[in-house]
Design a protein around this ligand. Structure first.
Ligand SMILES: [Zn+2]
Length: 328
């Protein structure tokens, strides 16, 4: 959405000028840092860099790893799908950006957000911040996530709504913490640049990953993203989410796509169950009628569809809104 708000426009002009200067400076630093890992950091806006998934690889994990860098300090948001990602990202903070790692923030609990933790050198476990449910899962060590005990601290590591984490002269704000796409999902906001991190809440895939979702809470969280996108004075300029970077013009479409996918899945499963059909039959129907056009039915996506379906059945069962005996 385009705003005619003069102050906002001036602020953005400044931001772009600063960004262009910063990009020149960074390019120079890059050239003078032999041995620095070749991490393909892309400048998103002033002080924000993203390591996005390889578009040529359909199996690439839905990272982005994002770095907020200012005045010699850095925050890594979702340190990547492997220890190597975390280690390389941290190394480049020092050799390319001349910054030390101040914070590591996990937006949610999926492997691509969490596994990079293993590769990080941390001075103190309190540097890691994540939604409480994710902290709880990681605190004793999580073999599935590849995270050893002690990397996070219960209490101290928990992200709370309204928290502000300083990075150099900037402040990253925790707008909200939901239990929506995963057991804990944080929305993060960097005000002057208008950058919103939505973790797994907004997916670039036409089929979002909903195997651990609370669909109603997810729809509410999307509402929050949408409100920020339409904010009269501080709208979203850049959205960073699952494998995804969206500019201001694309944010609402991205949110809408995820919302439609969830609503569609919810409604179809409910209807099918009420019509007395088994979950497998409903799954086959959904596949036939609604497999997103142009999306190949890869085994990974088919598995995702099955897991999503199972989850929707579970949620309806738990809510008591499913006809008795169906799906058991
Ligand atoms: Zn995820």
């Amino acid at each position: 959405m385009h705003t005619t708000h003069t102050k906002g426009r001036m602020a953005r002009t400044w931001a772009w000028t600063f960004w262009a200067l910063a990009a020149c400076v960074q390019a120079h630093e890059d050239a003078t840092a032999p041995g620095c890992p070749p991490v393909p950091w892309q400048p998103i806006t002033a002080a924000v860099w993203a390591w996005l998934p390889d578009e040529r690889d359909p199996q690439a994990p839905p990272q982005p790893v994002v770095a907020v860098v200012d005045d010699g300090q850095a925050m890594l948001i979702d340190p990547g799908p492997s220890a190597a990602h975390g280690a390389q990202a941290q190394r480049t903070l020092a050799c390319r950006f001349q910054a030390s790692l101040r914070w590591v923030v996990l937006t949610h609990g999926d492997p691509e957000s969490v596994r990079g933790l293993q590769g990080l050198q941390l001075a103190d476990a309190g540097q890691v911040r994540a939604p409480a449910a994710i902290v709880k899962r990681l605190a004793d060590g999580c073999t599935v996530c590849g995270v050893e005990p002690g990397r996070v601290k219960p209490g101290q590591s928990e992200l709370q709504t309204g928290q502000v984490l300083p990075v150099g002269r900037l402040s990253v704000q925790v707008l909200a913490v939901h239990k929506a796409h995963s057991p804990g999902d944080a929305l993060l906001w960097l005000a002057p640049q208008g950058v919103l991190w939505a973790g797994g809440l907004v997916d670039r895939q036409p089929l979002p990953e909903a195997s651990r979702a609370e669909p109603d809470a997810w729809l509410q969280a999307l509402q929050r993203v949408d409100e920020q996108a339409r904010h009269p004075t501080q709208p979203v300029q850049h959205l960073l989410a699952h494998g995804h970077w969206a500019s201001a013009a694309e944010v609402q479409a991205a949110v809408q796509r995820t919302r439609q996918a969830l609503l569609g899945l919810q409604a179809q499963v409910q209807q099918g169950l009420q019509g007395g059909r088994l979950p497998e039959e409903i799954g086959a129907e959904i596949d036939r009628a609604h497999w997103p056009a142009g999306v190949p039915r890869t085994p990974a996506l088919q598995a995702r569809q099955r897991a999503n379906l199972q989850r929707m059945v579970q949620v309806l069962e738990a809510a008591g809104s499913m006809p008795q005996g169906v799906g058991r």
